[in-house]
Design a protein around this ligand. Structure first.
Ligand SMILES: NC(=O)C1=CN([C@@H]2O[C@H](COP(=O)(O)OP(=O)(O)OC[C@H]3O[C@@H](n4cnc5c(N)ncnc54)[C@H](OP(=O)(O)O)[C@@H]3O)[C@@H](O)[C@H]2O)C=CC1
Ligand SMILES: CC(=O)N[C@@H](CCC(=O)OP(=O)(O)O)C(=O)O
Length: 315
C-alpha cells in the first residue's frame, strides 16, 4: 500500500514545491485538503492523523498548532518552519552533518527541516568546529544572498509587482538588527559558543543562495593551510550524494572568478567552495533555498524516515 502523505500548507511556496516533487511517485498517496478547509483545525487534525508523513509548510505559530494536532503514535511530522529546530525531542533534518543526525532522522517521529541560510552556514561551520579547527568562541561572521522566493508568497508577489519600487532591482541587505530567526539555529547546530554575526541580503532573482564565512587561518587551531581545509571538507562529505565539495578555488567550475547564487535552482544539491589563501579563507555554500534549503531537504528527510533510498525522486 502507498504511504499516505499530507502537506499542511499545500498552497504555499514550500508546500507546492513538495507537492511537485512527490506528484509522480507511485509509492505515495497525497491526502488533499478541501480548499475551503485549508485552515480548519478539525479537518487538518483528521488528515494529519490519517497520514504516515505530514509536512508542515506553515508560519511558525501555525506549525506549533499543527504539531499539537498529531495525536497518534504513528505519524511522522516534518516541519519546514523555524518553530522546532532547536526544540528538544525533534531530530534536526540535516543527514549529511553526521551519522548520528541521519540515524535520528530515521528513528524520529518529529523532524525539524533546517532553515535555508542555516543549511548553508552549518554545512561549512559545523565541520570546522567538529574537527577542532575552529574554536567554539571564534568570532564568526556570515554573509549571504538569497533569491526572493525565500520570503514566501508575500515577497514573491512584491517582486512580481510591475509597480514595485526601483530599489528591488538592487541587492537589499536586511536582518540589520542582528536578530534573524536563523541565528540561534546556526549557533547551536554548529557548536559555537556565540551567535554569529549574520548579514543576509535578498536580490532580484527567484531562487538560489550563497552563504559565505570568511576566516583568518591565524585564528584557527593549528593554522591550517587553505589546501588542508579543502581536504578536510572533501573527507567530511565523502560519499554524500547531495553535498558536494567543489575543486579548491572553484578551479574549472567558476567562470571569470565569479560565484553565482542561482546555479543550483531546481536541485537538492549543496556545493561547498573553499577559496582564498593561507592567511584569509572564504568558505561558501551554494544551494537552492527552495531545494536543499526547504522542499528538497524535506523530501530527502521523508525518504530516510520511511527507510527508502534518500535520493528517491530527487535531483
Ligand atoms: N520560502 C523558503 O525559501 C523557505 C521557507 N521555509 C519555511 O517554510 C514555511 C512555509 O514557508 P513558505 O512556503 O515560504 O510560506 P508561504 O507564505 O508561501 O506559504 C505558507 C502557507 O501556509 C498557509 N497557512 C498560513 N496559516 C495557516 C493555518 N493556520 N493553517 C493552514 N495553512 C496556513 C498560507 O495560506 P495562504 O495561502 O492563505 O496565505 C500559505 O499557503 C515557513 O515557516 C517558512 O519560514 C523554510 C525554508 C525556506
Ligand atoms: C529572502 C528571505 O526573506 N528569506 C527568509 C528565509 C527563508 C527561510 O529559510 O525560512 P525558514 O526560517 O523557515 O527556514 C528570511 O530571511 O526570513
Amino acid at each position: 500500500m502507498a504511504y499516505q502523505i499530507f502537506i499542511d500548507g499545500q498552497e504555499g511556496t514550500t508546500g507546492l514545491k513538495i507537492l511537485d516533487r512527490l506528484a509522480a511517485r507511485p509509492d505515495l498517496e497525497i491526502l488533499k485538503i478541501d480548499e475551503e478547509k485549508r485552515k480548519d483545525p478539525a479537518e487538518r487534525r483528521k488528515l494529519i492523523n490519517a497520514s504516515d508523513i505530514t509536512f508542515l509548510c506553515l508560519p511558525d505559530a501555525a506549525a506549533i498548532e499543527a504539531a499539537a494536532l498529531a495525536t497518534n503514535d504513528h505519524v511522522k511530522i516534518i516541519d519546514a518552519s523555524t518553530a522546532h529546530r532547536v526544540a528538544p525531542g525533534w531530530a534536526y533534518g540535516f543527514p549529511e552533518l553526521s551519522g548520528g543526525h541521519r540515524a535520528a532522522i530515521a528513528a524520529s517521529h518529529r523532524i525539524a527541516n533546517p532553515g535555508c541560510y542555516a543549511t548553508g552556514f552549518i554545512s561549512v561551520a559545523a565541520p570546522m568546529v567538529r574537527k577542532g579547527w575552529m574554536p567554539a568562541d571564534y568570532p564568526v561572521v556570515c554573509h549571504a544572498v538569497s533569491g526572493y522566493s525565500g520570503g514566501g508568497k508575500k515577497m514573491i508577489a512584491a517582486y512580481a509587482d510591475p509597480h514595485r519600487p526601483a530599489e528591488y532591482q538592487s541587492v537589499r541587505q536586511y536582518g540589520l538588527t542582528q536578530s534573524h530567526k536563523h541565528q540561534k539555529e546556526m549557533q547551536v547546530l554548529s557548536g559555537l559558543a556565540d551567535i554569529p554575526i549574520f548579514n543576509p541580503a535578498v536580490s532580484d532573482f527567484y531562487s538560489g543562495m550563497t552563504v559565505s564565512v570568511p576566516l583568518y587561518t591565524r585564528l584557527l587551531s593549528g593554522k591550517p593551510s587553505v589546501r588542508a581545509i579543502h581536504e578536510m571538507f572533501c573527507e567530511y562529505y565523502a560519499g554524500q550524494h547531495f553535498v558536494q565539495v567543489m575543486p579548491l578555488m572553484g578551479e574549472g567550475v567558476l567562470e571569470g572568478g565569479f560565484l553565482p547564487s542561482n546555479q543550483l535552482a531546481g536541485t537538492n544539491l549543496l556545493q561547498i567552495f573553499v577559496c582564498g589563501n593561507d592567511d584569509r579563507v572564504l568558505l561558501a555554500a551554494c544551494l537552492d533555498n527552495l531545494g536543499k534549503g526547504a522542499s528538497g531537504a524535506a523530501v530527502q528527510n521523508m525518504n530516510i524516515a520511511l527507510g527508502l533510498d534518500e535520493t528517491t525522486g530527487l535531483l
